[in-house]
Design a protein around this ligand. Sequence first.
Ligand code: ADP
Ligand code: MG
Length: 594
Amino acid sequence: TPPAERYEYQAEVSRLMELIVNSLYSNKEVFLRELISNASDALDKLRFLSVTDPELLKEAADLDIRIQTDKDNGIVTITDTGIGMTQQELVDCLGTIAQSGTAKFLKALKDSKDAGGDNNLIGQFGVGFYSAFLVSDRVVVSTKSPKSGKQYVWEGEANASSYTIREETDPEKLIPRGTRLTLYLKRDDKGFAHPERIQKLVKNYSQFVSFPIYTWQERGYTKEVEVDEDPAEAKSDEQDDKTEQKKKKTKTVVEKYWDWELTNETQPIWLRNPKEVTTEEYNEFYKKTFNEYLDPLASSHFPTEGEVEFRSILYVPAVAPMGKDDVINTKTKNIRLYVKRVFISEDFDGELFPRYLSFVKGVVDSNDLPLNVSREILQESRLVRIMRKRLVRKAFDMILGISMSENRDDYDKFWENFGKHLKLGCIEDRENHKRLAPLLRFFSSQSENEFISLDEYVENMKPEQKDIYYIAADSVTSAKNTPFLEKLTEKDLEVLFLVDPIDEIAIQNLKSYKEKNFVDISKEDLDLGDKNEEKEKEMKQEFAQTCDWIKKRLGDKVASVQISNRLSSSPCVLASGKFGWSANMERLMKAQAV
Ligand code: ADP
Ligand code: MG
């Protein structure tokens, strides 16, 4: 037998383990959810690879998860026939911090401490493999990857700073493929080794796992057994001389035996009839699938038939991911693509959604795409173009739904988190301007604290007003104080305040809304319909020399100096040329040039 080699954990791992154990002590049962989710991921990976390499399945054709308990010794084993791990992968995956769930977990931990500590909340986090030590003194991972064909055993103990790896040579312990986890439970946690307890947890936590989960259960069936007849009774029996059978008496007994019992429902939620799925189920699915702890703001579940056939459930998250201010260049893994129920990848969201909608999460399951679908295939496929169109439309319907919610807070929340994305959409997706524009929100001269929609603006327009007025500035305060506003305020005309740098570019891309043009009130040709040509001519003549003089003094700093009826109390204002950049835009361009 080759000797076991000893390895040290990466420093952060020890800290994380300690954190997990200390903060989740009242939520220990999450360990099972975590380990099942790893098994399910490993099965997904194998199924995906086996599409192009069916040989992979020959060691074990069934893709499933089996959980066995030994209550006398306090042992739980979880076995999957997934992708397994090579020796190196054992070191990389179980000796260093796995990224995905961990950062979120640490953040939630901090948030919940700030909020007075709600352990239930943390319990909803993906804390990963190390949660096994919540309930175990010792964890043994025996695993075989088809890549190496060799089986390795990882062994670690709670509160230890190192672990060992050795090759498995005991023929009794060999598995065909995949991973077997053996948990040696802590004294106080041996209750988890009861089959009923495990069964209940699986039903509770893993109802959306799409591979069968079997648990080892004691079952019974009833059986009629013949018993010898009591001689005293026989005598009193009048029908003594009837058939031989009647003389014998039967008794019902329960025969006990142990067997694997299917414990979860494996039909994916998106294949179910939307009418029969509750909001709670959609929310649960969302939280489990995307490792989220807040319910989504909205969801949309729809089958699509006709030219392309696919099913999808889309979600709008409640909050934007933290630390991802750069909406444009952030790589997301928000859309899980399935082909005929086989999980393909979460890396194709860019092919299925425009990047400005990359915050939408969900699953898409297509019956028409080939199982070995690649990015190249997706990019060239006509079907995918149709899918993309439908998905985008559904996403807009869903967002529109939030905007029409009775609870105005919902959309405020949405706008705060994802407003930037929609503005980016105005720039990048001309085709959907009609869907985007009603979703935009702005402050205005008549609503400085609460966002208004363009519909609300139009509603509030004066009968003779033809255009939608806006001013771009770096804040509501500076927008409010601009001299350009004076005349419009006097006439009680509402002006949109574009205070986000991207606002102005978005509006300029839209050009108009409901046939009303967007007009920048800082541009020199602003026409408020109150021009008096005669008077203007007179004024121009009267002040021509003054203007010339000022122009001479300012030289190249200004393009021209003109008389205007734009102001009511300020004597003069710097306006942008008709075709020039607005002051705000100029500021932006300068900022970018730095
Ligand atoms: P995460 O699942 O978020 O990546 P975990 O801590 O749960 O983090 O798991 C760490 C890694 O260990 C996984 O990404 C995977 O590569 C590997 N792993 C864990 N369990 C299994 C398993 N049953 N089969 C194969 N690989 C596994
Ligand atoms: Mg995991």
